[in-house]
Design a protein around this ligand. Structure first.
Ligand SMILES: Cc1ncc(C[n+]2csc(CCOP(=O)(O)OP(=O)(O)O)c2C)c(N)n1
Length: 418
């Protein structure tokens, strides 16, 4: 996908290492020319039960459904009803509104930390529509769209972000590291890559128990450099476990560009090929393409056809987190030059073209969602914020760890006076 790597021949007999460099650094003009290798509608769609061998081209050609005008074209065009499409747009708008409110809350000192997914909303919101009750996601900190699409209460998310007295995880996790078994969202691991092996293990357990639930694993491009990623692929392919392995290639791992995880030559999707795992490269800013790829992969898993690897090709528009300043490592306007556009704008254009949406309806929906999110934030703040409290009682840290509290913890709790 990225432009052809620089010549790999050394210039002299002396040994040297190849150290990749990104398309541009601060002060440079954004340079994404030649990034797209397929037109919308151009990539073939094999039947879900087609063998992996012979499908290698799909790991290298970008699956796109929405063309530049907003038309949905080609064999991957999914069968989504008008209400489903409108709901998908609503989910993405909600994620963006939530992110912007929580970013502001962090700047106001109401929380310690926040991570946005700006520009990547389609990935999680479209994928979640193919998951069923009982299935399990093993997400990263940038898949809040899975929870929001699954209908998890925004109020609970906010209470955790604000570290207040109603935090569902009682201060035991970072603000953005949600956990909701009821909504198919496994506890997020801070140590990168581990969610891949957890998801594969969970999906193997589901199969061993004779169940019907499938798992979805999530990592970023940078996290593919962790050995857990490779271990997971060995187990998933060897045992053909019912799992979808998602790589969200948003081009950057904090200040490190995806080439440092060797994404500047073969695609990340191509990593599935060596394991005999069907692999798809998908335009992650195209809601319809992500949905179609996810539906194909989840159906394969449900029909006992084994794992699928999906690379979602997208761009992290915002900072990595509230602790990061992207201006020091990449061209300032790079996100505006991203050739695959903004996922919300693209779906909106498509829906207007289809005649089921309008600019006026869009403006009104944005206003309504923003005031709903603001109202919920006020409600969440009534239970406290990091800055103003009330803090959780230290008593809480003794609860919910063991089914029955062991005697030494009971003693410690008494000694601490709680
Ligand atoms: C094992 C491990 N190493 C390093 C870190 C520090 N760290 C947190 S996020 C991050 C970058 C991850 O980038 P990527 O996987 O591309 O995901 P993105 O944040 O871009 O969505 C790093 C290095 C960590 N949390 N765990």
């Amino acid at each position: 996908m990225p432009p052809a790597a620089a010549a790999e021949q050394p210039s002299s007999d002396a040994l040297s290492l190849r150290v990749p460099e990104p398309h541009g650094r601060p002060g440079d003009a954004p340079a994404f020319a030649g990034l797209l290798n397929s037109r919308a509608g151009n990539v073939r769609r094999p039947p879900v039960d087609a063998p992996a061998r012979g499908m290698e081209d799909l790991a290298a050609s970008l699956i796109r459904v929405l063309d530049d005008d907003g038309q949905a074209v080609g064999p991957w065009c999914p069968d989504l009803s008008d209400p489903e499409l409108l709901a998908g747009l609503g989910d993405m708008l909600k994620v963006r509104a939530f992110d912007s409110r929580m970013l502001m809350a962090q700047r106001q000192g109401k929380t310690s930390f926040y991570m946005q997914c700006t520009g990547e909303e389609a990935v999680a919101c479209a994928f979640q529509r193919t998951m069923r009750p009982g299935d399990m996601n093993f997400p990263t900190y940038r898949q809040q769209g899975l929870l929001i699409t699954a209908g998890y209460p925004l109020l609970d998310m906010m209470c955790q972000v604000l570290s207040n007295s109603r935090d569902p995880l009682k201060g035991r996790q970072l603000p953005v590291m949600y956990s909701a078994r009821t909504h198919g969202f496994f506890s997020i691991s801070g140590n990168l890559g581990t969610q891949f092996i957890q998801a594969v293990g969970w999906s193997m357990a589901s199969a061993i128990k004779g169940g019907t639930a499938i798992a979805a694993a999530w990592v970023g491009d940078g996290s593919t450099a962790e050995s857990d990623f490779h271990s997971a692929l060995v187990f998933a392919s060897t045992y053909r476990s019912p799992v979808v392995l998602n790589i969200v290639n948003n081009q950057w791992a904090i200040s490190t560009f995806q080439g440092i995880a060797r994404g500047d030559g073969p695609t990340f999707a191509a990593r599935g090929v060596g394991f005999g795992i069907p692999a798809l490269l998908v335009d992650g800013n195209d809601f319809l393409a992500v949905y179609a790829a996810a539906a194909w992969a989840t159906e394969r898993a449900r029909r006992n056809l084994g794992p699928t690897l999906i690379e979602h090709f997208t761009y992290r528009s915002a900072a990595h987190s509230t602790s990061d300043d992207p201006a020091v490592y990449r061209p300032k306007a790079e996100h505006e030059a991203w050739p695959l556009g903004d996922p919300i704008e693209r779906l909106k254009t498509h829906l207007i073209l289809k005649g089921i949406w309008s600019e006026a309806q869009h403006t009104q929906a944005v206003d309504e969602i923003e005031s709903e999110v603001l109202g919920l934030q006020k409600q969440a703040e009534s239970f406290g914020t990091l800055r103003d409290g009330p803090p959780l009682s230290p008593r809480e840290m003794f609860l919910d760890v063991y089914h029955e509290m062991p005697p030494h913890l009971q003693r410690q709790r008494q000694q601490a006076g709680f």
